[in-house]
Unconditional design. Sequence first.
Length: 403
Amino acid sequence: MALRKFFFWLHLVAGLVAGLVIAVMCFTGVTLAFETEITAWAERDVRRVEPPSAASPRLPLDELIARARKSADTEARASGVTVSADPRDAVAVNLGRDAGVYYVNPYTGEVRSAATTRTHDFLHLMEEWHRFLARSGDRRPLGKAVTGACNLAFLFLALSGLYLWWPRAWTARWVRPALWFNGSRGTARDWNWHNVVGFWSLPVLIVLTASGAVIGYRWAGDLVYLLAGETPPVASQSPAPAAYVIERPEGASKLTYADALARIQTAFPDWSTLTLREGLPQRRGGPMPTPTAPPGSGAQPAAKRPTGPQPYSATLRESGLWYPAASTQLVIHPFTGEFLQRDGYADQTPGRQARLWLRYLHTGQALGWLGQLIAALACAGGLILTYTGFALSWRQFLTRKPK
């Protein structure tokens, strides 16, 4: 009994201290659960095209990039080009942070951009609040530290709440009020809502907060590797090799974007979407592995970013693979088209695979739209838990009438 009372007071204090930040993270979590889908819907007029016919030829990729640059009136190189196997999808050309993303009709070459960025800006603001409490500049690390600590407090609240909820006796009299709403009012209503919403939300909230800790703290990420029986990667003081030194074969000309795209499509006939760029990308869930070129390819890893030609890199997804972590990173020789590196989900260690799964579990994307809906509902449940927790504390300690 004393242990239960001890955890009750810890639960109460943690909720009162971190409750407001938890409410902010829950509210923004609801809005961010379908971030990709909301953005695609808001920009559907520029992202979708109508093919003239089933056999209509597509313009070369380099011509589409040139038209996007001309429309944006910029000399900046494309930082990424996203192509879809769906004939109704426009080609997205990312011209950098200043110019933005342009969508090009692959059949006519018509260039379009979103009429307004309000949806994108709003979701970006929600992400800033979710991760950094909208702090910027030198204050961003402080915002990240606060949200990280409150996320850990939320994890403790979920686990301790489960312990406090656990019925003393598994009888209908004890269990029924904790499983569904009973229509009571005042303090009894808040208590009933706190128990019912907590019961249905806690399993999901535990997953969301635990995966958030893995994303936010290195020690939590290292723990995943240790549980998988692996040695955590060592954080180096100097950046890992991030480029190749490419030797140009005699008489060879550099491949165009279209050539690189054709090479990938030939090697991966079941591709669904791919993003092509020059240089090596940063992989979500960890940095790109140290480049290791095949023998005789004429490419060597460089400890510092060289000024010479860089390989193409691509991130592609294949159709028929339902889990979101099933993407493949490719590094392509810019003159020969040889794959210098291939890094897919199956090529990674169990620890790194687990890290990827936890990243997508945090957003709900690991289980598709159903998982995103469950994550959004759990975040909404977190808002109700915050409100009822504050309401119960207010009534218990600040409005208590004298005997």
